[in-house]
Design a protein around this ligand. Structure first.
Ligand code: SAM
Length: 167
């Protein structure tokens, strides 16, 4: 499968500033254990849709071989820390679409609030957005060079409910 970076560099789009190998590595950055544990206590996640066999956080998981983007998440409570390359928008769209089909999806993502995917899917449809104080230290990486947010999509998120109200 083609990588999420489309053969280019990741976060900032400028080869060398973060570096191809840096962004490729960042695709593999794992969730800090304390962050996952706190969220898992509240949600009891059933699916990690993007991981390796080694980094899977739930018993049910999909790696790049199964391609989590092509799978059905609708019966699951999903924890999603997606690959942070250029294809991250596809993961956010998938999280939103699966929440409409019944999934609860909690995403740990960069708080890049100027991006199209934040404006198209998160601001209008997320049930809850939490901006984290400071910078996370991901497993396999250093301190993140970006702020992070936790975004929750649930069936019947704000906009859907509002759209159902006929006045
Ligand atoms: C940021 S890491 C998160 C790993 C782990 N879920 C965690 O939170 O610690 C993103 C993972 O997604 C995997 N990945 C990339 N493309 C994928 C795809 N199409 N389907 C499933 N997993 C994929 C990468 O190999 C990487 O392990």
């Amino acid at each position: 499968m083609k990588d999420d970076l489309g053969g280019k560099s990741g976060f900032f789009g400028k080869p060398g500033s973060f570096g191809l190998s840096g962004s490729m590595k960042s695709n593999e950055w794992t969730t800090p254990t304390d962050v996952f544990d706190k969220l898992n206590k509240a949600y009891d996640f059933t699916l990690d849709p993007c991981c390796t066999k080694e980094s899977a956080l739930c018993e049910k998981f999909y790696t790049i071989e199964e391609d989590g983007l092509q799978q059905d998440w609708s019966k699951d409570v999903v924890f999603m820390n997606p690959p942070y390359g250029r294809g991250i928008n596809k993961w956010i769209e998938k999280a939103y679409l699966e929440s409409r089909m019944g999934a609860v999806v909690v995403c740990l993502i960069p708080a890049r609030v100027d991006t199209r995917y934040w404006h198209d899917y998160i601001f209008p449809y997320a049930r809850q957005i939490t901006f984290l104080k400071g910078r996370l230290k991901f497993g396999g990486g250093g301190n993140a060079p970006f702020p992070s947010a936790i975004v929750e999509f649930k069936p019947h998120s704000r906009k859907q409910l509002w759209n159902e109200v006929k006045i």
